[in-house]
Design a protein around this ligand. Sequence first.
Ligand code: ATP
Ligand code: BTN
Length: 321
Amino acid sequence: MLALLTLLQDGRFHSGEALGAALGVSRSAVWKQLQALQSELSLPVHKVRGRGYRLETPLQLLNADWLNSQVGAPQWAACVLQSVDSTNAEALRRMSQAQSMPFYVIAERQTNGRGRRGRSWLSPFGENLYYSLVVRVEGGMRQLEGMSLAIGLALLQVIRAFGVSEAGLKWPNDVLVADRKLAGILLEISGDPADVCHVVIGIGLNVNMLAAEQGAIGQPWTSMRAELGHLLNRNELVNELNRQLSRYLEIQLRDGFSALQDEWQASHLWQGRQVALTAGGEPIVGEVAGVDCSGAIRLRVNGAERSFSGGELSLRLRDDS
Ligand code: ATP
Ligand code: BTN
């Protein structure tokens, strides 16, 4: 099926005969594969009598050779998969098989993409970025504190560099455009966080997705294409993401999050806004004062400033809460 997809990715018409000849199979075998593209990968294929078949939307498949050959990019090995349960889960599996680090896993689709707090991440084939980088951290908690916020900054630079200039951050690490979610980050740690550990940096970025099944995403969302009105090349995005992650991780691991605190606050969309913070129980209502040097959120609550941190915390605008 991948060979067929490679031929069709340009979005142009290809006759059944030409596809069969290129793949070395019969026209009916081509037809079967086309059915599979539609049923298994939910990729709409248009058929026009006399012209042949074409994908409804052109695709640029992820390309490990191109990614691994980029000069000026960090020398991290790319593992490119067609389909996987979750790139974070796959990265954790590969890590336990002693794959040398750093490496990253990207996939055309995830069948069980995971979000924070046990939620699921919608991951249709070929449309978005599902990316997991594994790094080794030796400096204990100081290096880990605020790391997910530093990753958010790196991701934001990529998104802005490709033209989505309105994008900003929501604590702890969502990227939003006008209160619509564009990207999310999920860090998973393996080993001893106080000593030597490995961090899986999972990033989901909506790139070319324009529609999702009703109810599949439980909140307002957007994609780069929806914001810009054109398709984006995911390989180029991955390459830039590698470069920005390398830059921000270097600062984070060397100096800690305090070196990025001001930059982060300057991009925080909810700075000064009334919010409700929940960890499942009674919400804490206050005004966002910023983040502290460890990446904790600072809220003004009843005239006093308090800091909060923790993976289970969730921030909502007060009108939403
Ligand atoms: P917070 O954790 O601050 O409450 P959140 O509302 O984004 O942020 P999460 O706990 O991070 O919630 O859960 C992931 C959320 O992302 C879920 O609400 C889920 O519906 C949504 N989601 C799933 N797939 C996508 C996607 N591809 N694009 C945007 N949002 C998605
Ligand atoms: C969130 O906002 O809740 C975090 C979403 C993180 C999604 C990405 S997609 C790549 C990586 N693999 C996963 O299973 N999850 C992360």
